[in-house]
Write a protein that binds this ligand. Structure first.
Ligand code: NAG
Ligand code: NAG
Ligand code: NAG
Ligand code: NAG
Ligand code: NAG
Ligand code: NAG
Length: 274
């Protein structure tokens, strides 16, 4: 077996080890931040803020109307208002998404007790809440970098393919609608093929989504090691991307059918002050 075959074998084994565990619960976040944007501080036990947060998270958990993987809910009145966003990866089925959102709710309360804002990331879903208004707001920090794995076979060839692919996916994701801004694809890089996805929260404008993704692309080029890796995940609250040298997503159609006009979806905005 020559060395390039060995590398391919190694790459393939790496890929197998990192397949998403779709059927099992994933209790621990891959990464999280308990004061992710401003250090806004802590709420006190039994406060109105806590009641609003609990009520918000339980309405997230019990929500079965949202079937497009993006949850944006608020509870309460300023200054005790809590806003939350949960986003599943664009290729995750509705029932799996609800499971991941449920997990993330339990997890965020556990890892960030009493925090007025928090952000947690799983492979297939992320969640954040804050007392700030976060809908339609571009949030580019913190940056979470889950890069690892061995080096690609041909760095130049791979990087060219990666740039081409990411630029194409950026165009597709940013032109998505208000329910989904997500794109996947692949590009040949000699002996390897790079598979990638990019996603923004769909409440962002085309422009905001674009600048969020460009921020992630800059992270890649400014990190000398990252662009060599066969697998990388980057996440910011407003957008995320991932690439691998093996396919890791469910292929979804390039253009989505327009959302059904028969049942306009307006997520419930609970106004809960018990
Ligand atoms: C909030 O609570 C955490 C954990 O008890 C503490 O480390 C942090 O400093 C607190 N933040 C503020 C702004 O008080
Ligand atoms: C919060 O409320 C519960 C039930 O009313 C009470 O048992 C508990 O002592 C309260 N905790 C604090 C810190 O006030
Ligand atoms: C999520 O949690 C809620 C409330 O605990 C429950 O009613 C719902 O069935 C759960 N959904 C899934 C998909 O597990
Ligand atoms: C969020 O909470 C912090 C800390 O209590 C406060 O300074 C800030 O004004 C609040 N923001 C909003 C939008 O209520
Ligand atoms: C929540 O998201 C949906 C779908 O993007 C959108 O139609 C709705 O206006 C959003 N609600 C808020 C409060 O931002
Ligand atoms: C790879 O790209 C080709 C052409 O764009 C597409 O037909 C195919 O479905 C893609 N495969 C995967 C796994 O995305």
């Amino acid at each position: 077996m020559d060395s390039s075959n060995l590398v391919i074998l190694f790459s393939f084994s790496y890929f197998l080890l990192h397949l998403p565990a779709l059927t099992t619960a994933q209790p621990d976040f891959d990464d999280y931040s308990c004061d992710y944007y401003n250090n806004v501080g802590n709420y006190t036990t039994n406060s109105t803020f806590q009641r609003n947060l609990n009520s918000l998270l339980s309405s997230l958990a019990s929500n079965t109307q949202i079937d497009y993987g993006f949850y944006n809910l608020s509870v309460g009145e300023i200054p005790e208002r809590v806003n939350a966003i949960a986003l599943c990866r664009g290729d995750v089925a509705v029932d799996a998404c609800q499971r991941f959102v449920n997990n993330s709710i339990l997890e965020i309360l556990q890892v960030c007790p009493n925090r007025m804002e928090a952000f947690g990331v799983y492979e297939l879903c992320m969640i954040r809440y804050s007392n700030r208004s976060i809908f339609g707001v571009l949030e580019e920090r913190p940056s979470m970098d889950m890069a690892n794995g061995p080096k690609v076979l041909d760095v130049n060839l791979f990087n060219q393919a990666l740039q081409t692919l990411l630029a194409r996916l950026q165009g597709r994701a940013t032109s998505g609608n208000s329910l989904r801004k997500f794109a996947t694809g692949n590009q040949s890089a000699g002996f390897e093929t790079v598979y990638a996805l990019v996603q923004c929260t769909p409440d962002l404008s085309e422009q905001q989504c674009s600048s969020c993704l460009l921020g992630l692309f800059r992270m890649i080029t400014s990190d000398g090691n990252m662009q060599w890796k066969i697998g990388v995940r980057l996440a910011r609250p407003s957008c995320n991307l991932r690439w691998e040298t093996g396919s890791f997503f469910n292929v979804t159609p390039e253009t989505l059918p327009p959302p059904t006009q028969a049942s306009p979806i307006s997520p419930p905005v609970a106004q809960g002050r018990p």
